[in-house]
Each structure stands twice: as structure tokens, then as C-alpha cells.
Design a protein around this ligand. Structure first.
Ligand code: TGC
Ligand code: FAD
Length: 388
């Protein structure tokens, strides 16, 4: 198979520092050598390639943009490029890394006590402790503020009751960051170790999307969690500030998935002969390739700008929403068009486009659906929140 070639029609490459390029290339090499050869089979069997965790940890991708505690302390662009390369292989692999770093290590790093940081962060950076993030509930997805999971204080413990649904990494976690309402109805965050009595996990089987990722339900029945496990933040801004980090990574990751599909479709179109010539010579096929190449290029530049704003500490949540919404929607459309260019071959596991297409359906929904992000942008522009 022809090695992957990244699309770069506007010399984006010159915008990256040599360190950023080096980091991206090392992850690209890892993805080519160790993820691509196994990922389709894992997807087919519905298993997560957990044997990759130690290698990803060694490469510094877990909590890569955090400082201290064996984290790599990379800048936002380098972190984004890592997400892009990982999702070029599979959204499930990038999901694992997003959840571990942005949704579990970040809240401990940002809102944890010194004891929490000392206890968990190095082990998490080394991939020896895996986390999951429980915000969504069966009846509260886009509107997590309505959550019914309760943490009632009894002495020096919280008693946790409720359930969290669609939780990435649930079945393989050692701890869960759980968001619940306290006795006063305030949203609090707890670090819940997997071995607490009353904490059960049920994996969700038979998915058609993110099959190479573990998705689970977390169930808490009178689960006693010491008050000392509470994060130092109150209200929805706690989980939402974590989502800002993860959505930022998804914005980059989606470009990787789109690039993988584009590269595969372009190579296919150049070699697939119909009516005595390569289909790439037909104007309609060129129009499809030109349109998706243009959309990928627009997303690349918007997202690089997002990264530079993040590095300058000037990033706004609505900008993250715009990139998450635009890039995932762009990637989903790219995957669909590429699947079409591959004809019947596009429905097999021999090619990637079908797998990316199905994965991206989840990515378009999680971390805020496409329309929720549209509403965030709408609120920013008009000043009117239109969620209710
Ligand atoms: P609203 O009243 O607007 O805000 C409540 C409080 O939160 C603050 N806030 C934010 N803070 C930081 N960053 C943000 N992006 C924030 N957005 C809001 C806000 O200032 C306020 O603070 P305060 O101090 O005044 O209390 O909240 P709302 O209830 O009206 O909801 C707004 C809405 C719909 C945009 C929000 O609820 C939303 O984003 N919904 C989508 C839910 C979502 O994204 N869930 C994701 C679950 S995790 C996941 O999907 C992981 S997938 C992992 C993987 O595999 O990669
Ligand atoms: P709903 O909120 O019921 O939305 C259904 C439809 O209604 C959507 O089209 C939505 O856009 C629309 N809608 C809802 N409200 C409005 C409105 N106000 N205006 C207009 N349209 C609206 N959650 C976690 O907490 N942790 C995880 O690790 C995690 N991992 C996930 C992994 C996978 C594979 C998937 C699929 C989901 C995961 N989720 C996770 C859950 C995810 O965040 C939710 O699915 C998402 O927030 C949407 O919630 P919902 O599925 O309940 O859809």
C-alpha cells in the first residue's frame, strides 16, 4: 500500500516549528508501524487495542499538554498534531487518549488536591492507571445540568447513587471522574476508584461505530466515596472546562480522519480504471476531490489559528465549538464522499473509509452534538441562548 501523504495545498508545514514537526512525525511513524496494521481487525472484532497503551505512554501522548508528573508539557499545536495523527488511524484510539488526558488527567491536574495529583497523575501519564469521565446519563445528554446522580454527604463520605451512560474507557478504567449533584443540588466532581463497593460497569456491545473503543454504563448503588476524593470545583463549569480541552483535541483529530479518507480515495481514483481510464480523469470525480480538499484545507487553517490562540491563552469556548462542529461535520462528509469514490470496495475492511465514516457518526454526537455547538455559536453572535 502507498504510504500516507498528508494534504498540504497552502504550505501549512512552514507554520510549524521543527519541534512540532518532529513530534508529529514520531506519532505518524508509530501510527503507520503499530496502529494501522491492527486497527481494522480490532474494529471488526469490537475490541480496543489495549496493547498500544504502554507504547503511547512511552511516546508521551497521555496528558501530553500538561506539565509535571511525568507529562510531556507540549504546546497546544503539538498536542493537536498528536490527536490528528492518532485519529488518522481511528477515532477510537484518539478517543482513548482524549478521555485519559483531557477528561481525566486535566480535572485532576486543574482541580485536584496535591494528594490527588501525587497519587494519580504520574501513573496516568505512564498508562498504568486508566480513567473514564462520567457526565452523560440515560435521560440527560445534551442537557447535563439536569443530571439525577446524587452524592449525599454522610460523615466523611459521599454516598453516590445513579448511573452514567455511553462512557468511553468505562470497562477498562481504574478510576472514574464522576459528576453528581450534592445535597444542595450543586454539581460536584468526585474521583471514584474502580474498586469502591457499589461501583459497577456494564460494557455496551453491538455498536456499529467506535467499535475499537470501549463504551460502557457506570452504575453507582450506595457507593461510598471519601469526601477527600472531591475535586475543588463546583457547578457545570467544572465538567465544561474539561470538555473545552477534549473538544480542542477532537477538532484536530477530525482533520486526521478526513486526511486518511482523502488520501485513500485519491490513490484509489488514480488507479481504478473504468471506461478505459483512471476514474481520477473524470470531471465529476475531480469535483468531489477538489471540494473535499478545499474543506480540509479550510479546517487546517482555522484549527492552526485555534491552537495559536490557545497557546496565547486567548482561546474562547465558542471558537472551540466552531472548530469541533465544522471539522467533524467536514470529516463526516469527506468520509462519505470518499466511500462513494471507492465504489463497492469502500464498504470493505480492506479500506479505511467505511470505518472512519461510521466512527465519525459518534464523534459528531459526543462532546456536544453538531447542533449544540451551532447553538453555542448562535448564542455568541446574537446574545440569546436558544437551548431551552
Ligand atoms: P450554561 O448555563 O450555559 O452554563 C453553566 C455554567 O457553565 C459555564 N460554561 C462553561 N464553562 C467553561 N467552558 C464552557 N464551554 C462552558 N459553557 C458553559 C457557564 O459560564 C456557567 O457557569 P456559572 O459559573 O455561571 O454557573 O449551561 P446550560 O445548562 O445552559 O448548557 C449549555 C450547553 C447546552 C451548551 C451545554 O450543556 C453543553 O455543552 N451540552 C453538551 C453536553 C456535552 O458536550 N456532553 C459531553 C459529555 S462527555 C463526552 O461526550 C465524552 S466523549 C469522549 C471521547 O470518547 O472522546
Ligand atoms: P440528545 O441530547 O438526546 O440529543 C438527541 C438529538 O437532539 C441530537 O440531534 C441533538 O442535537 C438534539 N438536541 C438536543 N437538545 C437540543 C436543543 N436544545 N436544540 C436542538 N437540538 C437539540 N458521555 C460522557 O459523559 N462520557 C463519555 O466518555 C462519553 N463517551 C461517549 C462515547 C460514544 C461512542 C458516544 C456515542 C457518546 C459518548 N458520550 C459520553 C455521550 C455523549 O456526550 C452524548 O451522546 C451527547 O452529549 C448527546 O447526548 P444524547 O446522546 O443523549 O443525545
Amino acid at each position: 500500500m502507498k504510504p500516507f501523504e498528508s494534504l498540504d495545498l497552502f504550505n501549512l508545514e512552514s507554520e510549524f516549528s521543527s519541534e512540532e514537526r518532529m513530534i508529529r512525525d514520531s506519532i505518524r511513524e508509530f501510527v503507520n508501524a503499530e496502529v494501522m496494521p491492527v486497527i481494522a481487525d480490532h474494529y471488526d472484532r469490537g475490541t480496543f487495542p489495549s496493547h498500544l497503551i504502554p507504547k503511547m505512554a512511552e511516546l508521551g501522548v497521555l496528558g501530553a499538554n500538561l506539565t509535571g508528573y511525568d507529562c510531556a508539557g507540549l504546546n497546544a499545536t503539538s498536542y493537536g498534531l498528536i490527536m490528528q495523527e492518532l485519529e488518522r488511524a481511528d477515532s477510537g484510539v484518539r478517543s482513548f487518549v482524549s478521555v485519559q488526558g483531557a477528561l481525566c488527567m486535566y480535572p485532576i491536574w486543574k482541580y485536584g488536591t496535591q494528594a490527588h495529583k501525587d497519587k494519580y497523575l504520574s501513573l496516568m501519564a505512564r498508562g498504568q492507571v486508566i480513567g473514564c469521565f462520567g457526565l452523560t446519563e440515560p435521560d440527560f445528554g445534551s442537557n447535563p445540568g439536569g443530571m439525577i446522580t446524587r452524592a449525599s454527604k454522610v460523615g466523611q463520605d459521599y454516598i453516590l447513587n445513579g448511573s452514567k451512560l455511553w462512557i468511553t474507557n468505562g470497562g477498562i478504567c481504574h478510576l472514574a471522574i464522576v459528576w453528581a449533584k450534592d445535597d444542595e443540588g450543586k454539581i460536584i466532581g468526585l474521583i471514584v476508584d474502580r474498586d469502591r463497593p457499589g461501583f459497577k460497569v456494564r460494557d455496551i456491545e453491538k455498536k456499529f461505530s467506535l467499535k475499537a473503543s470501549v463504551t460502557s454504563e457506570l452504575i453507582f448503588e450506595d457507593c461510598r466515596v471519601p469526601v477527600s476524593q472531591q475535586l475543588q470545583v463546583e457547578g457545570l463549569k467544572g465538567p465544561f472546562s474539561c470538555l473545552n480541552q477534549a473538544r480542542y483535541g477532537i477538532a484536530w483529530g477530525a482533520i486526521g480522519a478526513a486526511q486518511a479518507c482523502f488520501d485513500e480515495a485519491l490513490n484509489y481514483a488514480k488507479t481504478r480504471i473504468q471506461f478505459d481510464k483512471p476514474i481520477a480523469q473524470f470531471q465529476l470525480v475531480q469535483a468531489k476531490l477538489a471540494n473535499i480538499a478545499t474543506e480540509i484545507t479550510k479546517a487546517q487553517w482555522l484549527t492552526l489559528r485555534l491552537g495559536r490562540l490557545k497557546e496565547a491563552d486567548k482561546i474562547q469556548p465558542y471558537q472551540v465549538s466552531m472548530c469541533k462542529m465544522n471539522n467533524v461535520s467536514m470529516a463526516l462528509n469527506t468520509a462519505r464522499v470518499c466511500r462513494d469514490i471507492l465504489g463497492a470496495s469502500g464498504i470493505t475492511f480492506e479500506y479505511q473509509v467505511g470505518r472512519h465514516l461510521l466512527n465519525l457518526e459518534s464523534v459528531n454526537t459526543y462532546e456536544g452534538t453538531e447542533d449544540i455547538h451551532r447553538l453555542v455559536i448562535g448564542e455568541t453572535i446574537t446574545g440569546f441562548p436558544a437551548y431551552r
